[in-house]
Ligand binder design. Sequence first.
Ligand code: FSO
Ligand code: SF4
Length: 541
Amino acid sequence: MFCYQCQETAGCTGCTQFGVCGKSPALSRIQDLLIYTTKGLSAVTTALRAQGEEISAEVNHYITINLFTTITNANFDDEIFYQRVFETLSIKNRLLENLKDTSSLPDAALWSADTREALDEKSLTVGVLRTENEDVRSLRELIVYGLKGLAAYMKHANELRYDNAEISAFMQKALAATLDDTLSIDDLIGLTLETGKFGVDGMALLDSANTGTYGNPEITKVNIGVGSRPGILISGHDLRDLEQLLEQTQGTGVDVYTHSEMLPAHYYPAFKKYKNFIGNYGNAWWKQKEEFESFRGPILMTTNCVVPPAASYKNRLFTTGATGITGCVHIERDENGIKDFTPIIELAKTCEPPIEIEQGEIIGGFAHNQVLQLADQIVEAVKSGAIKKFFVMAGCDGRQKARNYYTDFAKALPKDTVILTAGCAKYKYNKLDLGDINGIPRVLDAGQCNDSYSLALIALKLKEVFELQDINELPLAFNIAWYEQKAVIVLLSLLYLGVKNIHLGPTLPAFLSPNVAKVLVENFGIAGIGTVEDDIKLFLE
Ligand code: FSO
Ligand code: SF4
């Protein structure tokens, strides 16, 4: 196996024996084959579009889920991948019949097989290292990882019946382009930036889907303690799953708690009416082994990040959507889009209530609409010098000790600075008492990682209010933590919006070759992190 798509990749170079995330070599190979066949399918859909044909939403969504399923920590069920490879080949073979000229199609679009043995054999030849030139490989992977992140956001929007065929067409064109040996490095750099443009469009679509369906997030205090009844813990990013779970638990005597990236659901007006929606339990994804143990009730994983579970709670772990774990019950939607969570609710009734691990409240809900309502107060605070600088510290949390940098950084920031956050990175500092500035909390949480879009909108608004030409003239610094591929699309989106000098940590991606990293440094001022002291000095200069 060879995989270097996430920040925790072995030795900061690549997982070759077994994934640090728990991905086995066999799973890694079949995931590689799913990506390869999805690229092949995309080459066919792209050629059909060029021929003037329309591609159905069903095929677009199929490709989206294939990408999402291979994101770090989404799915550990080998069987799902075999099934999806066979289905992908069959969709592709069907579409191929409509294509007038197949002479310029790559192997990925023409290859097919119908036995597991043939899949296994092919899977050995289609991994990341198949591209020999390290710069071409680096750019191809950067694009594919960005597309995986974008696919996750598209899937959530699609669940709420929001769609954009243009984004799907671009995703497929870009996937197909990563098979094209005639593209130059400059072509691939251009495509990388274009991926960022569609990243912005995808996040905007999801923002419309979430706010259009559930209202605009508003300032909310979220309880981090527990109640006295049995509970269900829901993790991941899928708000439609949460809505259905809340509906189905009414009157059952079972409470619902959010975990990790589901925390921001509390900020949406639509979910406030549910009396059994108690609070948030635990922290970021990587602490789930201990926290799922002490939760004592069933857990529903709606998206990444799943850690392969311990035997002690595996029978309480359920998956849905793009997630999967061999041996755990997977809840599928029916033909009307309804998911029946009865097995989870019935199990919850037999469980003890959660063990309390924390008490108190955290505050959030500072997405664009809410912050813009506070704009006058914020602008005033900047003008009076009460706020000297904003720090965007969005992104991910993770296991590595080096990430304590972000807690230390938040603690060491001067009191006249404000942190803007989104994604699970916030768990590094959202329970510190960092105080407020004239009533404005010093940590403003916009929501999930996709709500980094809100942070970009806020920055663009501030630029307008202060009548600046360039977003980089704002008193705003970017010190972002990344882990998996959704952070890659957030990064590419920020680059597309013209944000310069982003610091990225705790380590730079292993998939950036020295030359590609150089392009990012020279053109966008991308940098890694140093010591807290040095970085604060640098940012405040
Ligand atoms: Fe965190 Fe995991 Fe949202 Fe990621 S839970 S690491 S960027 O999934 O997706 O923020
Ligand atoms: Fe390794 Fe990350 Fe790939 Fe898992 S996703 S195999 S940890 S690089």
